[in-house]
Design a protein around this ligand. Structure first.
Ligand code: MTE
Length: 321
């Protein structure tokens, strides 16, 4: 289902193509219409620095596309999972206002020859950015189709020269209790920071991606500003947001949802319609489409990204869930 364009037709869609009826209505007036996004979303991206906006605006190459309709930005930016800002779907957009993602640094450490700290500005300005339209399938059985702008994960990891002892990559989200109300919740069942991990070969797969933007704009806070992982063949919780730490390790690292409910959420978490969640089926999903349409559609193995199958050829995916 994933469609790749040939060189001659791979330029990104102008931002205006993502405009949809609901956003125009939301925008309520010519001013909001010219900014292409609703006022609420604009508020959450307004402080993105010029170097970031410039880089995103000058991204002209789209390397992965799909025939599926792109989800309204209205839905992708208001129906979120980001427990640092609360557990309700609209908590992230409502509670993100105090979080300032700029400036930002990522520390890369562990089993590599060149550990170090990289500023987001250095990473973004020195990297080749591209747009990729990916399906995102949440373990809760809803899905969206999102145009991300970003950088292939492998190109960041390579800079730090992981050595042969590195078997996994561990990722960590920022902890900022003053700005993230979910981290102040005494009853939270999540131990902060939110952590995730990939096997080295998964992390170096060309589809593994770091997003810095969506719909041709800097990432809104509720979607993981200023930089988040996107691993389209795995359930959405693997796509960790607001990353500050990356570590090359030799053991499978702990992951937040596996720590919270090990029987329900495994380390691999590949999208798999053949393995039900203990409490619900994964055979179908609710797809948020264009113009607010929600359809029930069949779920595909690896979310349709069959090119990753080789990574798991010797594994029983029902055991390694
Ligand atoms: N990253 C952090 N740090 N905290 C979270 O709560 N939620 C995950 C993932 N990344 C989460 C996170 C889950 S469950 C999903 S489905 C996706 O983010 C949702 O991404 P979206 O809100 O951009 O759709």
């Amino acid at each position: 289902m994933t469609r790749r364009f040939s060189e001659s037709e791979n330029h990104v869609t102008p931002k205006s193509m993502f405009l949809n009826r609901r956003q125009i209505m939301q925008g309520a007036g010519a001013l909001a219409m010219t900014s292409m996004i609703s006022p609420l979303v604009a508020a959450k991206t307004a402080n993105a620095p010029n170097w970031l906006n410039r880089k995103i605006n000058s991204t002209v190459y789209r390397s992965v596309d799909t025939d599926d309709s792109v989800t309204d930005a209205y839905d992708t930016q208001r129906y979120n999972n980001f427990y640092e800002f609360g557990t309700g779907k609209d908590d992230p957009v409502k509670n993100a206002g105090d979080f300032n993602p700029y400036p930002w640094e990522i520390s890369v450490s562990g089993l590599c020859d060149k550990p170090g700290v990289l500023s987001l500005e250095d990473l973004v300005t020195s990297s080749q950015t591209e747009e990729r339209i990916y399906r995102l399938r949440c373990v809760e059985a809803w899905s969206m189709v999102v145009p991300w702008t970003g950088i292939q994960l492998s190109s960041l990891l390579r800079r730090f020269q992981p050595n042969s002892k590195a078997k996994y990559v561990a990722f960590e989200t920022i902890v900022r209790k003053e700005e993230m109300p979910g981290q102040r919740d005494r009853f939270s069942f999540i131990e902060w920071p939110y952590v995730e991990g990939l096997r080295m070969d998964e992390a170096f797969h060309p589809l593994a991606f770091l997003a810095i933007g969506m719909y041709g704009e800097a990432l809104p806070v509720q979607n993981g500003a200023p930089i988040r992982l996107v691993v389209p063949w795995k359930y959405g919780f693997k796509s960790i947001k607001s990353i500050v730490g990356i570590r090359f390790v030799d053991q499978q690292p702990p992951t937040t949802w596996n720590l919270a409910a090990p029987r329900e959420y495994g380390f691999y978490s590949n999208v798999n319609p053949g393995r039900s969640h203990p409490r619900w089926s994964q055979a179908t999903e609710r797809r948020f489409g264009a113009d607010g349409k929600i359809d029930r559609i069949p779920t595909q193995l690896f979310n349709g990204y069959s090119e990753v199958a080789g990574l798991y050829k010797d594994m029983d995916l029902k055991l390694f869930y």
